[in-house]
Design a protein around this ligand. Structure first.
Ligand code: SAH
Length: 244
């Protein structure tokens, strides 16, 4: 009996040690990912300008456990700077693109932000580190459910997830200081421009599905008045529309 107890205790200790080692490995891999993103931003000054990525955005990337948002929950997959499949034909974007879109949205601590295309919930979590409130819409039911659970389990209390077609935005949650769309569409959805505050920014891949799109930043100067600039070529999954 005593031996059995000792065996169980040593197994618990071994598991704890393995978890601690894995955690330390994850922390190192995540820090390396942040350095890769920083290096990209420096080498591609034409995209972000001289100021590059802000420390606030890099800090949010450093604090967010991307491995808990992907099906494999593997750190070596999560912290390589590449897109990762999340099921249902969808992918979580490359970390550098997540950082770039977040930077371009210019999120401040008092901001209310809309994301269209919740996917895994990772981009929403990054935004939640930087903004007061994040509202995010996902059209595929199991993804919306899984993301809501992940965000809840990780205590992201300032994020609300809604199931639906994000083309129409989310009026009750807005108006928004920033909107980030993570699926590609040929044109800007007018309801999103409408729900953007004056001075706010919409960041979105604009272009045809299954090919290269332009990452586009729209700034709302006044009601009915916007400026639009294309920032970089990107490849996103298609923005789909609900049939109902
Ligand atoms: N931002 C996500 C990745 C998004 S992949 C993350 O961090 O994991 C793009 C997502 O947009 C997919 O989950 C897709 O189902 C969703 N999507 C596509 N069209 C949509 C629409 N009309 N409304 C809401 N979500 C949409």
């Amino acid at each position: 009996m005593k031996n059995l107890l000792l065996l169980v205790l040593s197994m618990v200790a071994a598991t704890r040690e393995a978890t601690a080692q894995e955690d330390a490995q994850c922390v190192r891999e995540r820090a390396a990912m942040v350095e890769t993103i920083r290096a990209y931003a420096r080498s591609d000054a034409s995209v972000l300008g001289q100021q590059g990525l802000s420390e606030r955005v890099l800090e949010a990337m450093a604090q967010t456990k991307r491995h808990l948002f992907i099906p494999e929950r593997s750190c070596s997959i999560a912290y390589a700077d590449g897109p990762v499949p999340i099921g249902h034909g969808q992918t979580i974007s490359q970390p550098f693109i997540v950082a770039l879109m977040t930077q371009l949205a210019e999120v401040a601590p008092d901001h209310v932000v809309l994301e269209v295309g919740t996917g895994s919930g990772y981009q929403a979590a990054i935004l939640a580190h930087l903004a007061r409130k994040v509202c995010t819409v996902e059209i595929i039911p199991p993804l919306a459910e899984a993301a809501a659970k992940t965000l809840r389990d990780l205590a992201y209390d300032n994020v609300s997830v809604r199931l639906g077609d994000g083309y129409g935005g989310w009026t009750e949650c807005g108006p928004f200081d920033a909107i980030v769309v993570t699926a590609a569409l040929g044109q800007l959805p007018p309801p999103l421009i409408e729900q953007l505050k004056v001075g706010g920014r919409l960041v979105m891949p604009v272009g045809p599905a299954y090919t290269t799109q332009q990452l586009t930043v729209v700034e709302k100067l006044a009601p009915g008045k916007t400026t639009t600039r294309a920032v970089a070529p990107v490849r996103f999954v298609p923005f789909t529309r609900s049939q109902t």
